[in-house]
Design a protein around this ligand. Sequence first.
Ligand SMILES: [Zn+2]
Ligand SMILES: [Zn+2]
Length: 144
Amino acid sequence: MENINKSTQMTQIISTNQNLAYTHPHLVSEWHESNKAQPTEVTFGSQEVIIWKCPNPNHEPYKMSVYERVNAKFGCQICSGRKRTHKSFSIQLKERFPNIELLSTYIQSDKQIDCKCIICGREWNPIANNLLKTGCAKCKNKAK
Ligand SMILES: [Zn+2]
Ligand SMILES: [Zn+2]
């Protein structure tokens, strides 16, 4: 008979060169403090759902499996531009053009949105995506 270890805990032992901290060291800084597991305790193929921090401190933490995160260029949905919501759109806009205020709710990137430029007071309704790219054209032309 084999000498069976008394411990019934099925702790998976991950050799040092297979854990996430070793294979994907850049993700260690995105690992949220409130996770029970440590980056050294999972492999990059793990389906375990983990809380991640976006490198951008203005973005909220999000949940994603280790496997998905490893295979996604951006885990954060604001950064990836996927599933953009009014909230994520306004955060993104604030980062680029802090002087533009939204007057209506974001619907879709190719739909119009009402906004106001705090600098010149202009109100207009550009396509949401264009607003993110150009900001206030009036002030932009004045700058420099
Ligand atoms: Zn982000
Ligand atoms: Zn302006």
